[in-house]
Design a protein around this ligand. Structure first.
Ligand SMILES: [Cu+2]
Length: 112
């Protein structure tokens, strides 16, 4: 058991390049938030942890990264990933309440 944990730790360390940071964001997805999309900043290789509090239903789609996350009003959801591509990526909410697409936030990933 102990050896297994060590192996797992070694894999985790190997997966994160030197200098990578953890960036945690708290986001509320509401009609007001959609009127003024947030800009989230990270650097290439960082671990991004988004804690999302939806006040609307829909599918959150982070373009460029291909992440699609179903949101249900009142159910807090976390999206945890490595910012492996640099650039500016819109995350959109797809659903009836937004009548198609609405930008929730922009993720800006700066090259290292
Ligand atoms: Cu989309």
């Amino acid at each position: 058991m102990f050896v297994r944990i060590l192996t797992l730790l070694a894999l985790l360390v190997a997966a994160h390049p030197a200098g990578a940071e953890e960036r945690a964001f708290d986001l509320t997805v509401s009609k007001a938030a959609l009127a003024e999309p947030a800009v989230l900043k990270a650097e290439e290789g960082d671990r991004v942890i988004l804690k999302i509090r939806p006040e609307l239903d829909g599918l959150l789609h982070l373009h460029g990264y291909g992440h699609a996350l179903p949101l249900k009003s009142g159910v807090v959801t976390t999206l945890d990933f490595t910012a492996q591509y640099s650039g500016r990526f819109p995350a959109e909410l797809h659903g009836e309440q937004t009548r198609g697409h609405a930008v929730v936030f922009y993720l800006e990933v700066y090259p290292k």
